[in-house]
Design a protein around this ligand. Sequence first.
Ligand SMILES: [Zn+2]
Ligand SMILES: [Zn+2]
Length: 344
Amino acid sequence: MKAVRLVQVGKPLQDADVPIPEIESTDVLIRVAAAGICHSDAHYRDGVSKIDNLPVTLGHEVAGRVEKIGSDVTNVAPGERVCVHYLVHCGSCEFCKRGLEQFCRSGQMIGKHRDGGYAEFIKVPGRNAFALPEDISFEVGAIMMCSAATAFHALKKARLKSGESIAIFGFGGLGFSALQLARALDCGEIYVVEVNAAKLQSAAKLGAVAIDAKASDPVEQIKDASGGKGVDVSLEFIGSAQTMRQAVQCLGALGRAALVGLTQESMSIFPYSELINKEAEIIGVSDHLASELPTLLEFAGSGKLRFPSEALHLVDLDARQINAALDALQDSIDHVRTVIVPKA
Ligand SMILES: [Zn+2]
Ligand SMILES: [Zn+2]
């Protein structure tokens, strides 16, 4: 079969001809119908995130049709449309038993530690395959498995309750999903903090209060707009110490700041006025859980979570086109997502 693989860090991905994976009794073989090209794939290619088992087929945002199942697989059947949970876990360690598989001692990321979806077929454990509702396209199913799933996990970690207000820092793929999911969870007022005018406009169109961080201090703007109260929940998707600080500072009493963006910078806070006095919380968020995906798919199936088709850019399973898409990702600022659609 055809696969597009990372052979050497720092070099373009290469077209390869590899055997169709052999499945074990607990695996499924999926014919890939769509594979999202993610920012982290660019990081793998460029060596920003380390991969030490090369060559490897990238691609952790995958949807397709079940081609074959192992004898022990019961949750999906051949021919079924599915999307893939990208974290392969052991199922038996202390974390897996508690449903916290992102901390699995022997967890493997699809498309990083094992071959991913930039290929005609992919092999995954049966429990990583989730039925994809008929009215969600493969392309949308694929991209939902990363940013939308993580945005949803952030909202779960922040314990957003009905009627609560929320501030979203950064309106890329994560923020765009978070806004819709917060509304699906019946939130109150939504504030979107951005510097990009087009993104602010799109947030306002979706009913959020657009907070232009370039105009003046976004914390003051949120405080003013909320009558001095601040917000119940803030989500930080940008990954800078400055916006993380702001995400904490804009909280009201009992507020929760969920930090998702990645940074190596350190962040300072005033413990008394910003945390203790308000009984506020700062929460770290990493990846998402398999148990959250059915609800996410339900929101998508019922139209509460949407990705307009103009936000999708399709390419072939072809190294040249994929490398070009990865190059473009480096400096892209919009939320157009590129998805690989292998030719049938
Ligand atoms: Zn991703
Ligand atoms: Zn485990």
